[in-house]
Design a protein around this ligand. Structure first.
Ligand SMILES: [Zn+2]
Length: 634
């Protein structure tokens, strides 16, 4: 049984619907939830609930605001087969005309509970994050919020659920839920609050392994793997050692833990949308089938587990007050996501290097790639970083859309990586190397160790905690970077770390890995354009040569200097601009019409890298140095 505590300083706004909820809900016992995944391979999850209720008007809600997703994206349109009975009678129901996530009914006299049955139609494609494709014939992830209802307006801490689960024959499972009692393919879990249930997904599959990590560390940690093949879960020894070290490095960084045990749930399937969703005692990590085996995929997903793990401290234990809501119907406020996600991005990337999930050189290439795309983010000319956090709920689902650079997306992740890196270098300089952001993490997220617990914070709390580590005008430091409108990314951390961002014709390893995985061609730093391998223009950077020539996303390049378009022909043409006529002639299709474009450019191929600044100490190298002994080659 887990106890989540809402600190008294939490400030939340209840939704209008929550305010208008009828009589207080005083249940006679826990809500029973039975989920049948035996048809998960057909993308149908069946669920049945027994919900104690008393006669009179009654409203049930489907979870709308999903913790960690920071937006109202509970998959209501995938809910089907809704049917209610009470006292043996079918109940008429109607949806609320304003809140699409609420269902009203009347409990008849004499009834003591509502029986609710529903199906969750798990999508077969698309993203949808945790509610994206979550099942194949071999593996499935169950996020409980997809398959349950709860009495509207009741705090999720105040509701107790007993969950029952039926798996496809022969499947095994991993979860942070307590006290699983398995009989064949049927499992019953111990009673937990609705908060904990939604915070504790189940990973199950035919090819399943649960591997204890860092057995010298308490509380216990497990890496639970389920994938689409036996090979997919056959983790190489050096990869496993890096995740053992991740557990130790996290302890050295934070100095305390706030969970009773931790399960990394990692599903490996090409049919899932790659994503990670943090939970307090586990994380739902979704990656391609060969993520543990393929060098490009390992690099591209190097920060996935470290990031989601770091959220147990930064996001679950410490959470912005505006994101700590009493139930799943209350709106969240994203203004501090540059801490919740941004600091986690910094810590996740940091831990990936300190633990050896990736090499220090690979970290620098990833940092260079990130700094470069942010330094070409045209949207910063109109949208400050703060607005990407405040508007997060409108931005997550535009990934990959046309005019990506001009829109700006969820930059509070990557741009905050740069900002927290700079904060780390400032602390180290201000204190003559005696303190670092590690000390901030230890004080803000650390001792004493506890079970799962929530402590909220505000912007002022962050400033105060930073000042306690190193006196500085942190309010101005953060506000200057959060509210800045202009072309340049905050590169002070790279420069303060003794490095600088440069461009040359040597491909960037991180970008090359991403391009090979996604089938893309990154020409963002030369022509100002990103392409698919078939010549599709995915995006152009306003102000750069491709955009200036009139090219736009949605077009498809047909010929380059008269030659049929191919990745090789594109690279050859850009490379040749160094010695050529100063332009490239492109013909592109635009919705069925062909047109010629002259791209004025003479810089050759350009890719970002970090190089040392002569005479300056390598502070970045200091920052990335492991805190725990390295026992095997990196
Ligand atoms: Zn995150």
């Amino acid at each position: 049984m887990l106890a989540f505590l809402i600190a008294p300083i939490v400030s939340v706004q209840f939704s209008a619907a929550a305010q208008s909820a009828p009589a207080p809900y005083q249940p006679s016992g826990p809500i029973q939830l039975s989920v049948d995944l035996s048809e998960a391979p057909r993308h149908i999850f069946h669920a049945h609930l027994t919900i104690p209720a008393t006669p009179g008007p009654f409203t049930l809600a489907y979870p709308k605001w999903i913790p960690g997703e920071h937006m109202p994206d509970g998959p209501i349109s995938d809910l089907a087969g809704l049917h209610f009975t009470a006292g043996g009678k079918t109940l008429a129901w109607h949806r609320d005309s304003v809140d699409m996530y609420q269902f009203h009914m009347e409990i008849p006299a004499g009834a003591t509970a509502v029986e609710a049955s529903l199906d969750y139609l798990n999508p077969v494609d698309g993203n949808g994050f945790s509610a994206g494709p979550s099942a194949t014939s071999q593996v499935s992830i169950l996020e409980w919020n997809d398959v349950l209802l709860y009495p509207a307006g009741v705090k999720s801490d105040d509701l107790t659920y007993v969950a029952h689960l039926k798996l496809p024959t022969g499947w095994k499972f991993g979860t942070a839920l307590p006290n699983p009692q398995a009989q064949g393919d049927a499992i019953q879990f111990g009673p937990v609050s609705l908060t904990s249930l939604v915070d504790s997904p189940v990973l199950a599959g035919a090819y399943f392994r649960s591997i204890p990590l860092a057995t010298d560390v308490q509380p216990p940690h497990h890496l639970d793997l389920a994938g689409d093949s036996a090979a997919s879960v056959d983790i190489p020894a050096e990869e496993l050692e890096a995740y053992n070290r991740l557990v130790r490095e996290s302890g050295a960084l934070f100095g305390a833990r706030h969970y009773d045990h931790y399960d990394f749930l990692l599903s490996l399937s090409d049919h899932f949308f790659p994503n990670g969703l943090e939970h307090h005692q586990s994380s739902d990590n979704r990656a391609p089938e060969r993520m543990l085996l393929d060098a490009d995929l390992r690099e591209s997903f190097a920060d996935l587990l470290p990031h989601e793990f770091a959220h147990s401290w930064n996001g679950k234990f410490r959470r912005p007050a505006g994101l700590a809501t009493p139930d799943f119907g209350a709106p969240m406020k994203g203004d501090l996501l540059w801490v919740y996600e941004g600091l986690t991005q910094y810590i996740g990337e940091l831990l990936s290097a300190r633990a050896g999930v990736r090499s220090i050189e690979a970290y620098r290439e990833a940092l260079a790639a990130t700094a470069a795309y942010l330094d070409h983010q045209a949207g910063r000319n109109w949208r400050p970083l703060q607005d990407t956090a405040t508007a997060a709920q409108t931005l997550y689902l535009i990934t990959g859309k046309a005019w990506f650079s001009y829109r700006r997306n969820v930059d509070f992740y990557d741009e905050s990586w740069l900002i927290w890196l700079e904060a780390d270098t400032v602390i180290r300089k201000q204190t003559g190397g005696k303190k670092s952001l590690d000390d901030f993490c230890r004080s803000f997220h650390g001792a004493p160790s506890t079970g799962p617990k929530l402590v909220t914070y505000t912007f002022d709390d962050v400033v105060t905690a930073m000042n306690a580590i190193a006196p500085y005008d942190w309010r101005k430091f953060f506000r200057d970077r959060l509210d800045y409108i202009g072309p340049r990314a905050p590169l002070g951390g790279i420069e303060g770390g003794g490095w600088k961002l440069i461009y040359n014709d040597t491909p960037n390893d991180h970008i090359s890995a991403d391009d090979r995985i996604a089938g893309g061609i990154t020409m963002e730093y030369s022509l100002g354009m990103n392409l698919g391998r078939d010549g599709s223009v995915l995006d152009v950077v306003p102000g750069m040569p491709a955009a200036e020539s009139g090219l736009a996303p949605g077009m498809k390049i047909q010929t380059i200097n008269g030659k049929a378009c191919s990745p090789e022909a594109l690279h050859d043409a850009v490379r040749a601009t160094k010695n050529g006529a100063g332009s490239i002639e492109l013909v592109a299709d635009n919705d069925g019409f062909s047109k010629a474009y002259r791209v004025s450019y003479r810089g050759g191929e350009l890719y970002p890298h970090l190089v040392r600044v002569d005479g300056q100490p390598d502070l970045l190298g200091e920052i990335l140095r492991p805190l725990t002994p390295v026992t095997s080659p990196r």
